[in-house]
Design a protein around this ligand. Structure first.
Ligand code: DC
Length: 218
């Protein structure tokens, strides 16, 4: 009888514009794992609510929408996508309107329950690199691979501006850290990497060295 092999989950949490996406993609590509952007899932729900003219400040209405929407998880080119009515909203979830709405939907406890279940379902696709705010604390607390990225506020603001996005990051971090349900915090046992003075190649190099040193030997 063979032993059951559980997929490996690398959890990468951290503040806004701390390099989670860039480094998670680099690490996933290097290891041949599947990349999951959980922020995109919250953004997709925020976009859906705006589309349906649901007031994102009405927690009950948002929870009801999340109960009813027709979604499907698919894996395309080693990235997980959340489809809504068989449609993949990509550009739409990066607009300023969606960015302004997302923290409200992400604060609804019923939404977080749905997201946790859906994000855990992603292991059907194999080994994962999953980025977010509560992956190590709440979604996959059992994983041994937890990281927390951060950088100085002025450096993070500079990175966002370089991407062409003007955003009040301090306000968003505060909302993400102070909500009652699964707030952003450093998971027990997480390796904290402040990459203010580091390039993406250096940050992902650190992550990969740490992961490889601890991966089960084949
Ligand atoms: O990483 P991002 O900017 O795309 O995330 C969008 C918002 O979603 C962010 O303000 C916080 C929320 N979020 C969350 O609450 N939990 C996650 N695991 C991922 C994102």
């Amino acid at each position: 009888m063979g032993t059951i092999k559980h997929p490996i989950v690398i959890a990468i949490d951290g503040t806004s514009a701390s390099g989670k996406s860039t480094n998670s993609k680099l690490v996933a590509a290097e290891l041949g794992y599947i990349y999951v952007d959980t922020g995109a899932m919250y953004r997709t729900l925020a976009w859906y609510c705006l589309q349906q003219r649901i007031d994102v400040n009405d927690a009950k209405a948002v929870a009801a929408a999340c109960r009813k929407w027709k979604t499907k998880l698919v894996c395309v080119e080693n990235k997980v996508r959340l489809l809504v009515d068989n449609y993949f909203p990509e550009k739409e979830i990066r607009t300023p309107e969606t960015a302004a709405a997302v923290a409200h939907v992400a604060a609804v406890p019923k939404v977080r329950d749905w997201m946790k279940k859906t994000q855990r379902d992603c292991i059907q696709f194999g080994n994962l690199v999953m980025e977010g705010r509560d992956i190590g604390t709440n979604v996959f607390p059992e994983t041994d691979f937890k990281f927390y990225l951060d950088a100085k506020l002025d450096e993070r603001s500079r990175r966002r501006a370089a991407d062409g996005v003007q955003e009040n990051l301090a306000a968003r971090d505060q909302r993400d850290s102070q909500r009652a349900s699964a707030p952003l915090m450093i998971a027990l046992g997480a390796r904290v990497i402040n990459n203010s003075e580091m390039t993406a190649a250096e940050t992902s190099g650190l992550l990969l060295a740490d992961i490889r040193a601890r991966l089960p030997k084949p």
